[in-house]
Ligand binder design. Structure first.
Ligand code: CTP
Length: 411
């Protein structure tokens, strides 16, 4: 985990409302403190039924702030919110979302939400019926309209025997969203992608030869996942179409898993139907075996192996660009080049017909598997945006800056 250094530790308020996922917020707290953030935990009275004050105090290094009427001379109901760089409410119950949307202030956490002038992130967790209820959905829409990041809950096992949407996302991934919001700073943070649907493809495709073998590539999926996280942190609805990768699902993204290029094409086209932007960060195999052997291909003594015949896969980026699902839809491609990087990039941008092409040089320690990247973003209008060597999230944010600026006004 990256440790922060600098003159002042970023101040984070972790609000915890009443829900069984409160125990998972301990892991989020741990991540935040271990990476150098100064965290004050503000649990509601209901949250304390699930996890007690001692746990919050031990993990944060501060007493848990629970009462408006304690240490009144320090005016905690105002001071805690005012001095925060980020407020994250995790888990956010349906009751807490309702109070926040309506500006109620009957405990320390709701007071804190009203006094905070910093970015606010909510990570809701509840049963599917409560999440889908029009009252909750309207409250979420209100909070998003006011600039809060409300992370879509995950789909999966809920408390008891239920399964559905409403699950608390992986706390490590909620931490990543918080990190992205903090990285852009109080001035830089905007939810400029709120109300937008973006589709991102990531990872490598695998083209099967037989039930045990495939043609694949070395893509780690990190750049596509960084794009998904940064888009969630900027308020977008995100569909992530993921080929092979070992990364865990980003919080707030709807993840569709695929294997082959043809499956990736189907999933991307389906999701793109109502998308504002599509970013093709996946490493799509250009070729697939012409035939698939339904049984394992066996070696035969004294015989040379059969050559593998290949056929072309569809060029998904070119298809998406030529046949836009909606007017004004922006299409972004990636290109990894080894030689004549910019010249090849410009030719590829024209050939594919996309709006932006992120071109990077591949070589040792660059691109594949690395957490860092360096690139130039070429635009169809001839402009070039160089992005110096740095985290893939920084490059992702530059891509979203250009997408955000290029999107037509919401209809
Ligand atoms: N791409 C795609 N469909 C393919 C191959 C690639 O949509 N069958 C997309 C990738 O997701 C990426 C972009 O196209 O956004 C560039 O991929 P690249 O492999 O560099 O392009 P190619 O046209 O295959 O060029 P090259 O001849 O250099 O391999």
């Amino acid at each position: 985990m990256d440790k922060l250094d600098g003159p002042r530790r970023p101040r984070v308020v972790l609000g915890v409302s009443g829900g069984i996922a409160a125990y998972k917020a301990c892991e989020l707290l741990r991540r935040l403190t271990e990476s150098g953030h100064d965290v004050r935990v503000v649990p509601t009275a209901a949250a304390l039924h699930f996890v007690g004050e001692a746990t919050w105090a031990a993990l944060s290094g501060h007493p848990a702030a629970t009462e408006v009427w304690e240490t009144v001379h320090e005016v905690p109901h105002v001071r805690i919110g005012q001095s925060a760089d980020l407020v994250v409410v995790a888990p956010a119950s349906t009751d807490l979302l309702a109070k926040a949307a309506h500006g109620l202030a009957d405990d320390l956490l709701t007071n804190t939400l009203l006094t905070a002038r910093c970015p606010v992130v909510f990570a809701p967790a509840m049963h599917t019926e409560m999440w889908e209820h029009p009252a909750t959905q309207e409250n979420v829409a209100t909070l998003r309209r006011r600039g809060a990041v409300v992370i879509e809950p995950a789909v999966g096992r809920l408390t008891g025997v239920d399964t559905g949407k409403g699950r608390f996302p992986d706390p490590v991934e909620i931490y990543e969203i918080c990190r992205r919001v903090l990285a852009r700073g109080p001035q830089g943070h905007t939810t400029d992608l709120a109300g937008r649907h973006v589709v991102i493809s990531a990872g490598g495709t695998r083209e099967p030869l037989d039930p045990v073998r495939y043609l694949g590539n070395r893509s780690s999926g990190k750049q596509g996942y960084a794009l998904a996280r940064t888009a969630v942190a900027r308020g977008a609805r995100v569909t992530l179409v993921a080929g092979h990768t070992e990364l865990s699902d980003p919080a707030g993204a709807d993840v569709v898993r695929v294997g082959t290029a043809v499956q990736l094409r189907e999933a991307v086209r389906k999701a793109a139907a109502d998308a504002d932007a599509v970013v093709m960060a996946a490493a799509v195999a250009d070729f697939r075996p012409a035939t698939y052997a339904t049984g394992k291909i066996k070696k035969k003594d004294g015989q040379d192996p059969e050559p593998v015949a290949l056929v072309r896969n569809p060029d998904i980026l070119a298809e998406l660009s030529a046949d836009r699902a909606r007017p004004g839809q922006l299409i972004v491609g990636f290109a990894a080049e080894t030689d004549d990087v910019l010249a090849n990039g410009r030719a590829k941008l024209a050939r594919k017909g996309c709006d932006l092409l992120v071109v990077n040089e591949v070589g040792e320690h660059k691109t594949f598997g690395s957490a860092e990247n360096e690139a130039v973003i070429l635009a169809a209008d001839g402009t070039e945006t160089p992005v110096p060597y740095g985290p893939k999230e920084t490059l992702a944010d530059r891509v979203w800056d250009l997408v955000s600026a290029g999107l037509p006004d919401p209809s």
